[in-house]
Design a binder for this molecule. Structure first.
Ligand code: MN
Length: 156
């Protein structure tokens, strides 16, 4: 998920879907804005990995809200899991360049509020769109299946 921008109602809808599918990791590509919706994600009992977006001014508040069940850091956040190399960032500008480097299996970003899933070489590039829905009127998330290396955009 990305760009939830304080929309508690949409975050709750996303949580219901994550619960239903038995999500093992929540990934947020930035722009929670205030910490209260981040706190809401702790109900899922699975870890959260997140990066700060350009609208995440309350950095200490967000870190405190997330500390007990995950992490939020300045972008990019890079880790390996399920034999996949992940890169999580907020802004879109360098995504193509990073994908063409071939160093990452999965690149997740946000900021544009436009959902997109595409392959660049061997890299699966995912923008889950905006959870908040304020800009486009469409609240979306993405579900990633790490075994199939495939993702789907889900409307909330
Ligand atoms: Mn942004």
């Amino acid at each position: 998920m990305a760009d939830s921008h304080d929309n508690l109602n949409s975050v709750k809808k996303a949580i219901a879907i994550f619960e239903e599918v038995g999500c093992r990791l929540i990934i947020h590509a930035g722009d929670f804005v205030a910490p209260f919706t981040a706190r809401e994600l702790s109900s899922l009992k699975c870890p959260l990995k997140a990066v700060f977006g350009n609208c995440d001014g309350e950095k200490i508040g967000l870190e405190e809200a997330i500390r007990s069940f995950g992490e939020i850091r300045p972008a990019p956040l890079i880790w390996a899991e399920d034999n996949l190399r992940f890169l999580l960032t907020h802004l879109h500008h360098e995504v193509e360049l990073l994908a063409h480097s071939g160093r990452y299996d999965i690149i997740i970003f946000g900021h544009t509020h436009r959902p997109e899933i595409r392959r660049i070489g061997q890299t699966l590039v995912i923008n889950p769109g905006e959870t908040g829905g304020w800009l486009t009127g469409k609240s979306t998330i993405a579900l990633l299946d790490p075994l199939r290396r495939e993702a789907d955009i889900i409307s909330l």
